[in-house]
Design a protein around this ligand. Structure first.
Ligand SMILES: Cc1cc2nc3c(=O)[nH]c(=O)nc-3n(C[C@H](O)[C@H](O)[C@H](O)COP(=O)(O)OP(=O)(O)OC[C@H]3O[C@@H](n4cnc5c(N)ncnc54)[C@H](O)[C@@H]3O)c2cc1C
Length: 391
């Protein structure tokens, strides 16, 4: 998303931009849901991608108890989209000839005016500017600021997005239309409807985005990262390789612990997958003519659902700075001055919301925040809400 946002914005101010993606095949989002924010909608409009058929407008937030009874109900209109839809809109904003699959960044050299970029297999490109939008495990950042490492939050999520048509009638009637919370101690289960395959928004053909936060220390996570073939992975396991015994254990626990509609949702996911939660914020995001953007620059815990919005906003500020300065280096200094502190603020906000899970509460303020968030109404007021940056 970061690379595409940057390309779309910079093309609008007259730059020639190419996007190099390491994946040899088109990316798919495995049904990930994305909450929208005004900053995201604005970035999509301004970069030319637009917001056509972006997603599903949900009218209410509800909280349910273990038996599935509604214990809170709050009108809260919010547009919910999906990774696939956003990626399609942004891909269409960048000409096909400027988007290159199968190009794995390896290293860069720079002399103050130009960057030479080396890809696996020997391909080399020269540019005025290299934008590292290569995600939380950024290879660009690994060369420029190897000391910056994402920090494990002490919890992970199981997720997936089953088809609406596969859900039980009771699930479709109770939680499906809503942004739904189930909040037992040290856990969070959140769900909301998103578009179906090929961005199908019609009733009966949509999906339900399921997210289950669970606490687990580094040793637990390491054990989970052994795949079906017995191979140890560093950070997470590609979904098709997640061990079957892990999924069987998850389903057994879910039957005991989840409200029936959320258990039904989880059971209907073809292959649930887990994502460990990390965060970090790099104080330096401009390194001569190579810069970091999106998750490569900073990544917050996903409680605000703001990662893509931040990527779009980073790209917007970068393009504005380049358009309003004659000198590239001065424009980049502006980008550094504006975006690095903002990233830090967003990351810290994510940590505050993460105190709900009760992991590693270090300060009195953490414990106060934890206490406040034990009230599910506070969670409904804070999780993935728009305009939190201004607030
Ligand atoms: C559980 C969870 C829920 C989330 N929910 C939301 C939400 O509701 N709303 C929201 O806005 N955000 C959400 N996010 C965050 C969001 O997914 C990220 O912030 C967003 O994807 C960042 O985009 P990016 O382009 O910076 O990084 P990425 O999406 O990681 O993309 C990086 C790209 O760079 C490519 N790449 C990596 N290395 C190389 C290399 N060496 N050479 C070439 N290419 C390379 C990768 O293949 C990838 O395509 C969530 C994240 C998580 C984990």
């Amino acid at each position: 998303m970061s690379g595409l946002f940057a390309a779309a914005f910079l093309r609008r101010i007259g730059w020639d931009v190419d996007v190099y993606e390491r994946s040899p095949v088109e990316l798919v989002g495995r049904g990930a849901g994305i909450t929208t924010h005004p900053e995201l909608l604005q970035a999509l409009e301004l970069c030319g991608a637009g917001t056509h058929d972006l997603g599903i407008m949900v009218e209410r937030r509800i909280a349910i108890d273990r038996k599935g009874r509604v214990i809170a109900d709050k009108p809260f209109p919010q547009l919910l989209t999906s990774w696939d839809r956003l990626q399609r809109l942004l891909r269409d904003a960048v000409p096909a000839e400027n988007y290159h699959l199968g190009c794995n960044f390896e290293r860069l050299e720079q002399d103050g005016r130009e960057v030479v970029i080396h890809f696996t297999g020997g391909r080399r490109e020269r540019a005025d500017l290299l934008i590292g939008g290569d995600g939380i495990r950024s290879a660009v950042r690994a060369q420029l600021a190897p000391e910056i490492q994402p920090i494990y939050a002490g919890y992970y999520i199981w997720r997936g997005a089953p088809n609406e048509a596969d859900l039980a009638p009771a699930t479709r009637a109770s939680i499906f239309p809503h942004f739904t919370f189930y909040l037992p101690e040290r856990q969070q289960v959140i769900g909301y409807p998103i578009a179906g395959f090929d961005n199908d928004l019609s009733p009966g053909r949509r999906r339900y985005n399921f997210i289950w936060y669970r606490v687990g220390d580094a040793a637990t996570l390491r054990a989970m990262c052994v795949d079906d073939n017995g191979r140890q992975h560093d950070y997470s396991v590609p979904p098709p390789l997640i061990r079957r015994d892990l999924i069987a254990g998850l389903l057994a626990e879910a039957e005991d612990e989840l409200p029936p509609a959320f258990f039904d949702t989880l059971r209907k996911i073809d292959r649930p997958f887990f994502t460990p939660i990390y965060d970090f914020s790099s104080p330096q995001i401009v390194f001569g003519r190579a810069i970091l953007l999106g998750d490569a620059a900073s990544s917050a815990r996903p409680h605000m659902g703001f990662g893509v919005a931040k990527a779009g906003d980073d790209a917007r500020v970068l393009a504005d700075a380049l358009a309003s300065h004659d000198d590239i280096d001065r424009a980049l200094a502006h980008y550094q001055a504006v975006r690095a502190p903002m990233a830090e603020r967003i990351m810290l906000h994510g940590r505050k919301l993460g105190t709900h899970l009760g992991v590693d509460l270090k300060t009195a303020q953490d414990r106060e925040m934890w206490k406040m968030l034990q009230d599910y109404r506070a969670m409904m007021d804070w999780i993935a809400v728009p305009n939190f940056v201004a607030a």
